[in-house]
Ligand binder design. Structure first.
Ligand code: HAM
Length: 421
């Protein structure tokens, strides 16, 4: 027997309906907020993520599924969606499109070689949105608003929006200097990754999983104390917008995201539900002014977020929320005898063409067993075809809710059932 690879999962019937449900709900929320779908490839040139996500991130350094194809090109299974969306935005010159900002959404599998645990998979499914072309804090608030509304629409209650600003370039340079000054005396106590991060990208030290309990972490300089006037104003305006929309948040100056492209707004939505598990982040996002330029496009600001379906479903479980997934067939056709079997095949096909969800027996089961199946499949109606019924050009139709049986002419059967569904 060959099992599936570690960190992946099969989604079987019974479970897959939930995935379909949450995906169509996400599409619906994106439609309401006027985001349009973009689909990009599952693999990209490795360089895209090195430049986009950032060379010093854990994702690029340790977690990418990278391989050479048969033409010796280095390709990578996408670890996230933003870099691909920005690449497509540049490649197809969407900055020149009539409707601006470009508001895009996507969904699909992402791949990270992480240590699997509950809520952390090597293949996981992200839903995300990206708004490109606006620096209005109203669009930051809109992105956050979509994320929160989507979760709330399931009835989730234990949600916490955590907000930070990572500032503009000037703010970041001042913060960077302060970080280097702060951590240098402890350099030897930090892990080897952090030692090199300290030189290349000291902000990443704050995101280290190994050194997170080092005493110097708690006392590290906070970006919020280094914000330029413009960055502070931007952050204040974002908060004003969220207040206006009635969206509560907490500011956490320690929130640094795991990807390098962020500036200004950074946020995560956490679940505080009991039993959710040790990973509490449901989704995250932020602003990435500069990324479009880094990937060869004209200077264009952007903001977005992504969530994973795995963690969304975990949150629903933790809060005991059941999705309203339709169960049960519209109809099951029971046939007794050879002639009626052929008639059943014909009828079932016609019913399906007419939009009725219907099934029949394929295992030559006896009538009683066919009824059992109809029961198990929670059919609302059962149509019984016997040789005698066929002679009379009719069928018995049983309402499974109340057990009533009625003889219905075959040529009126479809409309009889459709009217009653
Ligand atoms: P991220 O924080 O790396 O951001 O991932 C976003 C979300 O994906 C996380 O909050 C989590 O729900 C989910 N996720 C990440 N890794 C895993 C995993 N191994 N297993 C299960 N779920 C996972 C991004 O990916 C950015 N592209 C978000 C963004 C969009 N920023 C701006 N635009």
């Amino acid at each position: 027997m060959i099992n599936l690879p570690r960190g992946t999962q099969d989604i079987l019937p019974g479970e897959s309906e939930k995935w379909q449900y949450v995906e169509s709900k996400f599409n619906e929320w994106c439609r309401r907020f006027n985001y349009q779908e973009i689909r990009t490839p599952i693999f990209e040139h490795t360089e895209l993520f090195q430049r986009g996500v950032g060379d010093t991130t854990d994702i690029v350094q340790k977690e990418m599924y990278t391989f050479d194809d048969r033409g010796n090109r280095s390709l990578t299974l996408r670890p996230e969606g933003t870099a691909s969306v920005v690449r497509a935005f540049v490649q197809h010159k969407l900055h020149g499109a009539a409707n601006q900002p470009q508001k895009l959404f996507y969904s699909g599998p992402m791949f990270r070689y992480e240590r699997p645990q509950q809520g952390r998979m090597r293949q996981f499914v992200q839903f995300g949105i990206e708004a490109l072309g606006s620096v209005d804090p109203a669009i930051d608030a809109e992105v956050i608003g979509l994320a929160i509304s989507f979760y709330q629409s399931f009835g989730l209650k234990s949600l916490r929006l955590v907000l930070n600003s990572l500032g503009d370039q000037v703010s970041r340079e001042h913060h960077r200097e302060a970080l280097v000054k702060h951590f240098m005396p402890h350099k030897d106590e930090l892990c080897s990754d952090c030692q090199s991060r300290l030189e290349k990208n000291p902000l990443r030290v704050l995101d280290c999983k190994k050194d997170k309990d080092h005493p110097a972490m708690a006392s590290a300089p906070k970006i919020l104390d280094y914000l330029s006037e413009a960055s502070e104003l931007y952050f204040d305006r974002l908060k004003t917008h969220l207040d206006a929309m009635g969206i509560p948040y907490v500011v956490d100056p320690n929130l640094v995201r795991g990807l390098d492209y962020y500036n200004h707004t950074a946020f995560e939505i956490m679940s505080d539900a009991e039993g959710f598990g040790s990973i509490t982040t449901l989704s995250g996002g932020g602003r990435y002014n500069g990324l479009v330029e880094d990937l060869g496009g004209p200077s264009t600001p952007g903001i977005g977020f992504a969530l994973s379906v795995e963690r969304l479903l975990m949150a629903l479980d933790a809060e005991g929320i059941h999705l309203p997934i339709a169960q049960g067939l519209d109809c099951y056709v029971v046939s007794i005898g050879e002639k009626s079997e052929l008639k059943a095949v014909e009828l079932v096909h016609q019913m399906r063409l007419a939009g009725i969800q219907v099934d029949k027996d394929y295992l030559s089961r006896k009538m009683k067993a066919q009824f059992k199946t109809a029961d198990r499949q929670q059919a609302k109606w059962v149509v019984i075809l016997g040789d005698e019924e066929i002679l009379n050009k009719e069928a018995m139709v049983k309402n499974m809710d109340n057990g009533e049986q009625t003889a219905v002419k075959l040529d009126q059967l479809i409309s009889y059932i459709k009217e009653r569904l």
